[in-house]
Structure formats: structure tokens, C-alpha cells
Design a protein around this ligand. Sequence first.
Ligand SMILES: NC(=O)c1ccc[n+]([C@@H]2O[C@H](COP(=O)([O-])OP(=O)(O)OC[C@H]3O[C@@H](n4cnc5c(N)ncnc54)[C@H](OP(=O)(O)O)[C@@H]3O)[C@@H](O)[C@H]2O)c1
Length: 339
Amino acid sequence: MSVNLAVVGATGAVGRIVLEQLALRKLPINRLKLLASQRSVGKEVRFADETLKVQLLEPDAFQGIDIVVASTPDEVSAEFASWATDAGAVVVDESGYWRMDPKVPLVIPEVNPEAIHDHQGIIASPNCSTTQMVVALAALHRHCPVRRVVVSTYQATSGAGLAGNEELYDSTRSALTGKTHPAKTFQYPIAFNLIPQIGSEKEAGYTSEEMKMVYETRKIMGDDDIVVCPTCVRVPVTIGHSESILVETADPISVDKARELFAAAPGVTLVDDLDNKQYPMPQDCEGKDDVFVGRVRKDLSSPNGLAFWCVSDNLRKGAATNAVQIAELLIQKLAAASS
Ligand SMILES: NC(=O)c1ccc[n+]([C@@H]2O[C@H](COP(=O)([O-])OP(=O)(O)OC[C@H]3O[C@@H](n4cnc5c(N)ncnc54)[C@H](OP(=O)(O)O)[C@@H]3O)[C@@H](O)[C@H]2O)c1
């Protein structure tokens, strides 16, 4: 069985990796349509052995399309999703707009694949910092319920799209020549700096990015009793989000058991040998699809607590890979229904 597939936001940081993933994972695509804004219409993009032209995202762009993989700003997703669903397509959306809508499943295929069956035309892919944390936490949660999480993130500039990385390069070049590059994408110059604000102020002193980690974690793990205290920080790294995670479970889990659970979990690679300086770092995780876990140890401040370090390529498992995996599940479902 093959499908007609549209990639919306095909020219962006995530959209480019979506195309890479579609080719790499050999999705059975009959017709592929690339959509973006007026700025990109007519741009040529390579896909497998073909050169495709970017077309305009407009209301009648989805005729004959079965599945849409979309990575655009929230307000664009809010507008175009009904154009696609009215034309009969299923939208896999990477933006934040639909994630907490009760009618929209929020899916990580390694964690809650069954949720795709309840969709009404739109399936959301979670925020990048949430996805990698939840893939790792789920390994423990399946063994013993997770009760409390304290997470500090170290998030790459590509999390803010192509403009984020450009600003890191420009800001670094300026700083090296003694100049200040005006910050546009970020709140302050990002070169040689850390910025403890991602997103806007949301509630109780937390940012929108931080509250995504609170609410999305509960929705994906299907457990509203999980409490999460996040601090999200932008760092001058181009690709790969890192997270320091403290987790409390209902009963204690030993370090050896936690390592065993991480090593066996789908989508997780354990890199944990401090004596030999082996732990995950963004440079090693770039271009890889897994979530990498290391530095697993007891939380010295809590009897039921574990501490660990978690790194993942935000453009891959944090975005494109997860969305393409959801598209694969949809194709399997369509194939099963037609056989
Ligand atoms: N970057 C990450 O790590 C990450 C992770 C998870 C989720 N996400 C989410 O994924 C989405 C895209 O992020 P990104 O990092 O890829 O951003 P990006 O690099 O800025 O790309 C944005 C894409 O959206 C398109 N677009 C913007 N306005 C449009 C409009 N009015 N009509 C049609 N297309 C439009 C752009 O097309 P043009 O080239 O024509 O402007 C571009 O293809 C965002 O919602 C983001 O929150 C990102």
C-alpha cells in the first residue's frame, strides 16, 4: 500500500529532517507534496533521486492527500489543519497548537502508540524537551510508577528553528570580533551565554516551554498524578537538547535495575561509564534517532529518587523522527484496514 503525503513546512529546520527521515525509513509514498509559505514557492528540494518544487500552503493544497506531516509555527497549524482534514487527510502536527486539545492524541510511538486510534483527523507530536524526557521516564514508569520529576534542560539553538542557529553563528562571530550582535530570536546574545527563558511567561513564574513539560508529560503517560518541576535553559549548542533529571518513583529502584530498564527500553541507548568518561553529549547524539541516557545514580536527597542525564537530537526524536514514526503507524493502520 502506498500513500499520498504532504510535508508542510518542508523548508524549515524540522521539515528538512522530515524529508530525510521519509527517504531513510523508506515510507511507501506514491506522491509527495512539499508546502511552505510564499517566501519559498518554487524552491527546489532534493528527495531521494528526485528534485521537487515547494508549493504554496493554501486551502486547496490537500486534494488527494492521505497524510500530512507538518512543522510550522502554531498560528499556521491553527489555520491550515482544517483545510487538510476537510480534504480527508490525517495531520501529524509538530507545533504546540493542538497538543493539549482533548480531541487530539499526543503520541510518542515508543510510549503510547495505542493513542493514534482515537484521532479525529489530527495527531500531535510533543514538544522536543518533553519527548526525550518521557521516552526515558517511560522505561522506569513501566516498572514502577513515576511520581515526581525535577528537570533542568540545556536546549540547543535549533530548537528555535533555522533562525536560532543563524543567530548563534552571527552572535559568536560578533563576540569574537568584540562586537555585540542584536538578539532577535533569543532574549539576549546567545554566544558564550546561557538564557534561563524559553518561551513566554506562562504561569506562577514558569515559562510556556516549562509548562509544556508539565502538561504534555501527564497526557502522554496517562497519569495526572505525575508532578514535574522544570527549568528550561537555552545554551549555545546548535543541535541536541540535554537534560538533568531527578525522578522519584512510588518504590525505590536500584541503580543497577534502572540501568537494566534503560538498556532494554525501545528508543533508548544507555551510555553510562563515568570511570571511562562515557556519557551522552550533544555532539555525539546529533544525527541519531535514539534518546541517550547516562550518569545514572541514586538521588542522595530522596530515598525513592534517581538522578540521570539525558540527551537527544531535538530535530530528530524531538521532532521529525517522532512525527515520521507516527506516520508509519498510520500507514500500518490503513494497510490493516484495507487487507
Ligand atoms: N526545532 C525543533 O527542535 C522543534 C522540535 C519540536 C517541535 N518543533 C515545532 O516545529 C515547528 C517548526 O519548527 P522549525 O524549528 O522547523 O521552524 P523553522 O525552521 O522556522 O521552519 C518553519 C517552517 O514553517 C514554514 N512557515 C512559516 N510560516 C508559514 C506560513 N505562513 N505558511 C506556510 N508555511 C509557513 C516555513 O516556511 P518558509 O521557509 O516558507 O518560511 C518553514 O518551512 C514549530 O511549531 C516548532 O515549535 C520544533
